[in-house]
Design a protein around this ligand. Sequence first.
Ligand code: ZN
Length: 340
Amino acid sequence: MRRRQYDEDDVRVRPGRGSRPRTRRRPAHEDAVQGFVVAVDRGRYTCLVRGAGRRDPDVTVTAMKARELGRKGIVVGDRVSLVGDVSGRPDTLARIVRVEPRTSILRRSADDVDEVERPIVANADQLVIVTALADPPPRPRMIDRMLVAAFDAEIDALLCLTKADLADPGELVALYAPLGVPHVVTRKGGPLDELRALLADRVSVLVGHSGVGKSTLVNALVPNAGRAVSHVNPVTGRGRHTSSSAIALELPEGGWIIDTPGVRSFGLAHVSVETVLAGFPDLIEGTVHCPKGCTHLGAECALDEWVRAGHALPARLESLRRLLASREGALEPDENGPMG
Ligand code: ZN
């Protein structure tokens, strides 16, 4: 079903300068169709509009944001209502008049001391943290950082460990097993059935540094991924998507993966200390013995004793402290380097 009725709450109307009563009804966008934002590029939103079937295929519509939406941000994964020319034909432009309430929002800051939140993806179900077991070596601190981001977004996390043909996953799996984070292991040219099953019918955001094999995975999971990426931007006519930080690709099995090729860093300045700690469930219980207002960085912190008693691995406490110190601006956020 593509059409639905809208009421006056759909578009927030700025009260005119006292001349009109606030209850005045705006014409309902009765002809609006539902779209799913698959890419965003300089004020242009690429939206998938579902067709009803073979005679009425899915179309890709380019849209701009209606003025009524004001400063409200629209990101990949948003479900929106579109009016205007929704034919998807070249050089046409529709308008987004409503953004559906989000089930989740994945955010980052540019760096750990910049508190401006930058939403990246809406309505995701899980964050897939793609890490190579070797070449390049795993970066647990980056994994920890992403786990905190997933916790902050209130979405599931999945560790995807690639290049198992080069190194054994045992050590890394042992590091994260106590946290209850699920994992899947892949190898060069190996089957992806297990990963496919974990992605089916869900909206999954894939993050990972360059060289970890994320692009290889995306291309294997979505056979026409390259073509889809080059087609998302008919208005600007550019062949490739360069400035966007995320793009949604539909899985043949159902569900979506959202690749994040443009995400260069994943700052957590907008995340509270409590949320950072919640990303470390193996340590959080130990903080009940900390003095009031403990920064968990000083000698008075009870977490050293917690680790000495064997409740958590030393590498995890070290990781937590790097993350907290980085947010204080006390350290160069080395684990927050380029991604791709
Ligand atoms: Zn402490």
